[in-house]
Design a protein around this ligand. Sequence first.
Ligand code: FES
Ligand code: FES
Length: 158
Amino acid sequence: MKADFQFTLNGKPQRISAEARRTLLEVLREDLDLTGTKFGCGEGQCRACTVLLDGNPVRSCQTEIAEVEGRNVETIEGLAQNGKLHPVQEAFVKEGAMQCGYCVPGMILATVALLKRNPTPNQTQIVEALNGNICRCCGYVNVFKAVQRAAQPGKEAQ
Ligand code: FES
Ligand code: FES
């Protein structure tokens, strides 16, 4: 049975009628056409589906739509402002931190959350924060450089 849900999506109020047990990932991609959030495994194993819920990274394939009622959801589509990429997006582009790009929205959102709680992470903290975001193309080296670049925008990544 369908119910109405309201939450904030990328800074704007969102209202949707959906089955309470559908996942946030399904609703984003299928109902709202926000396909930047990726379906990887659908089983909680890859984090391609990462979005921010109240600022924290969550796996949207494991989050029922009912759980987001009244809360704040941010997806990759919400990061760029006024046609300008978010600094973390820019850092990923500058470091070429992608091959097929499928894992990148999740990596970027996990990085945004990391830098918010720790603006100057060391390498170990970066690896820990992105541990679980699986890249099937093995692009981790440039991803870690991109996170360093985003954390220190004035400096070249080492
Ligand atoms: S699609 Fe959600 S963890 Fe893989
Ligand atoms: S760039 Fe292809 S999955 Fe990461």
